[in-house]
Each structure stands twice: as C-alpha cells, then as structure tokens.
Design a protein around this ligand. Structure first.
Ligand SMILES: Cc1ncc(COP(=O)(O)O)c(C=O)c1O
Length: 377
C-alpha cells in the first residue's frame, strides 16, 4: 500500500474544486477558505490571470535555468522593479520558503565571513535544517540536530538588541510572526533592530514569506515601519499558489555565492511566469490597499469577540488575523469547518485567519459569526 504522509494531520475534508476565496468538497458544499494552503493562495485559488500566464509559458518553454537566458527572466526582473523597495537588488528564485531562508543565511555567512545568527523567540522560518535552526518552537526542533550558532532574543524587546555583535553574520526577523501566533513587530522595535544590526556590521534578513506581497496593507510588511532590509525573503503568495520563493538582496551580497549555490528548479520559467502573473494581479487590483481596508474591517469585527469568555485577545495586521482562545484551537477549527469556514492554527492557542485579498465584507462577517458560534460558550 502506498500512503501519503500528512505531517500536519488530516482535516477530514476532500477538496474537489477551488476558485478564488472558496473551495468545494466532494458533495458540492462550499467553504470560505481562510487557510489558503498555509497562506499560499492569498491571490485566490486558480486566479485566472496567473493560470493563463503559467499555461502560456508552458506552451512555449517550461525548462530554462539561469545558466541560460529566456524572455520570462527579463519580464520577471522588470516587474519586480515595480514591487521591490527602491534601489538596486539582485534576486534569486527557489522553490519553497524554507529553501529561500537557507539561501539567505548562506549568503550572509559567505558575505560577512561570520558564523552566528540572531533569531527571535516565537519566530518561524521553515523546516529544513538551516531554517529549522532559526525557528524558535522547540516542538518543531525536537530530535533534530539543529545547528548551534543561533542566539534567540525576545521579540519586540528593544533592551535585548545590544547583544547583537561582531560575531553575528545576520539577524533574521518576521515583520509579523505568523506561525508564532500572529504577532506584529512593533515599528519602534524594527527601527532599533535595523540600527543595532547595522552597528554590528551584520545583515538584516526580513522574512516576508507569510506577511509579504500585499497581505498587511503594504507590499512588504516591514515597509510599515520605514526600515530597509539587506535581504528580503518571499514565498507563499508571490506565485499565486505556484511553488516559488525568492531572495532579494542588496548587491553584491548574492554575487559572493557564484559557484557556491544552485537549484535544479530554482527560477524555472513556469515559476517565473507565475510570479509575473502574481505581480500583475497585485498591481492591477491594488492588492495592498484592498488588504489594508479589509484587514482593518476584519480587526474591527474580531474586536467584538474580545468579551467572549473563551477569547483571550485578538490581533492582526491587514489580512492576517489571530484569535487567542481559551479552548483547544483544533476544536475551534473543527467547529468552524462544520460551519463552512476553513482556518488554520498558529502558536499553541491561536486561531489564524489568512483571507485571500478578494474576500468580501459578507465573507468576513460570516466568518466572524461562525467564530462567535465556536468560541461563544
Ligand atoms: C515566515 C515564514 N518563513 C518561512 C516559511 C517556510 O516556508 P515553506 O513552508 O514554503 O518552506 C514559512 C511557512 O509557513 C513562514 O511562515
């Protein structure tokens, strides 16, 4: 018998069809999807613009590594110039968020010649060895010999930043801790972090894999605090659901990896076509502005839940919401699913909502009503 490994457990739902913010089960029942495949479908399931881009790319050329030139590379870099923060960047594409984190760490090690990394308590950066080593949750790290060169500092605690020093190659931070419980970084904390990192001569890696690409009301969540990153890591939504991730670094950081890095599928034309389609959708629909307005509305609605006995607190930034509950979050997720809403857990006791940008006010209202039913008693 061949069985599929389901590392996250099985949610008892056979998804038969998906379109934009909805999925349908095999009996034809519709669900509002606020899980969106761990946030990958922020631009909607099967967004037609992105599907069309990938199909037509595959009809011309589906394999072309960066050792060769092909037209889609120029299109992708030209469009990235419209969404990356101002100034020069060198970009490299990978296939998953964790792989892009690995590449960012490797670039920082090679570029600075230093070894240690600063990461934050509550932070999440992926499950491969390097990415896991900078991920805080001991539950994910147990029984794995993670690398030991990592210093974890308390998140949002300016007083601890003085410990960043000349032994550190890089600091890696999420602008909103997603998996850790939907905890936004305070703007003042990020600004002090930028200062302390520069003073130590280390590189600031901002992990935008979950919060980036419009979700928080800004194209990149760290832009809300006015800081600049040395390296931006992106993934999940940038390809509209196609598996692709990206490292953008200030020159010459990535140049130091010449001859030292490679990836068979990294930057393949289909992934680049998906990114081109993703950027077109982002810009043409003013996705960050939509996410900002709808996210503020969502947070307002969630605040109505704060008086309920099973709710500890609510928080969020843009279309990234968290409800800290006094009940096993798995039970709340099951209850929501029964009511036609799919959400996702974060941290130990947080129900996380990751709505796609085209979610409507009615959708959000319905989800909050469902939540009331699940945490109201
Ligand atoms: C902030 C952050 N970084 C990295 C990752 C890892 O991405 P992937 O699962 O695509 O490897 C995730 C995934 O949830 C994430 O949220």
């Amino acid at each position: 018998m061949i069985e599929l490994a389901r590392f996250h457990g099985y949610r008892e739902l056979h998804v038969a069809r998906a379109s934009m913010q909805y999925v349908w089960d095999s009996s034809g029942r519709r669900y509002l999807d606020l899980h969106t495949g761990h946030g990958a479908a922020f631009l909607g399931h099967n967004n037609p613009r992105i599907v069309e881009r990938v199909y037509s790319q595959w009809n011309s050329i589906g394999v072309c590594t960066p050792q060769f030139k092909c037209g889609i590379q120029d299109e992708a870099t030209r469009l990235l110039g419209k969404v990356l923060p101002p100034g020069d960047w060198m970009v490299a594409f990978q296939n998953s968020g964790a792989e892009a984190v690995e590449l960012a760490l490797k670039a920082a090690w090679v570029h600075t010649g230093r070894t240690r990394i600063v990461a934050f308590k509550g932070g999440f950066h992926g499950r491969t060895l390097g990415a896991l080593s900078v991920t805080w949750n001991p539950r994910y790290r147990r029984r794995v010999p993670v690398i030991g060169y990592v210093d974890f500092l308390p998140f949002n605690d300016v007083s601890s930043l003085d410990s960043i020093g000349e032994e550190h190659a890089a600091v890696i931070v999420e602008p909103v801790q997603g998996e850790g419980g939907v905890v936004p970084a305070e703007p003042g904390f990020l600004r002090e972090l930028r200062r302390a990192t520069s003073e130590a001569g280390a590189l600031l890696i901002v992990d935008e894999v979950q919060a980036g690409f419009g979700r928080t009301g800004h194209i990149w969540a760290h832009q809300a605090s006015g800081i600049e990153a040395d390296i931006i890591v992106a993934g999940k939504s940038i390809g509209g659901g196609f598996p692709v991730s990206m490292v953008a670094a200030r020159p010459p950081i990535l140049e130091d990896l010449a001859g030292l890095h490679g990836s068979t599928h990294g930057g393949n034309p289909l992934a680049l076509a998906a990114v081109v389609g993703g950027i077109e959708v982002l810009l043409e629909n003013d996705v960050p502005a939509q996410a900002g307005v709808k996210g503020a509305r969502l947070l307002n609605m969630l605040e109505e839940l704060e008086d309920l006995p099973l709710v500890r607190s609510v928080r969020g930034m843009g279309l990234m919401g968290g409800i800290e509950v006094r009940r096993m979050p798995g039970e709340v997720l099951r209850c929501l699913q029964d009511k036609g809403v799919i959400a996702i857990r974060a941290g130990i006791n947080v129900v996380r909502l990751l709505p796609p940008y085209m979610v409507t006010e009615d959708d959000l209202g319905g989800a909050v009503e469902a939540l009331k039913g699940c945490v109201g008693a």
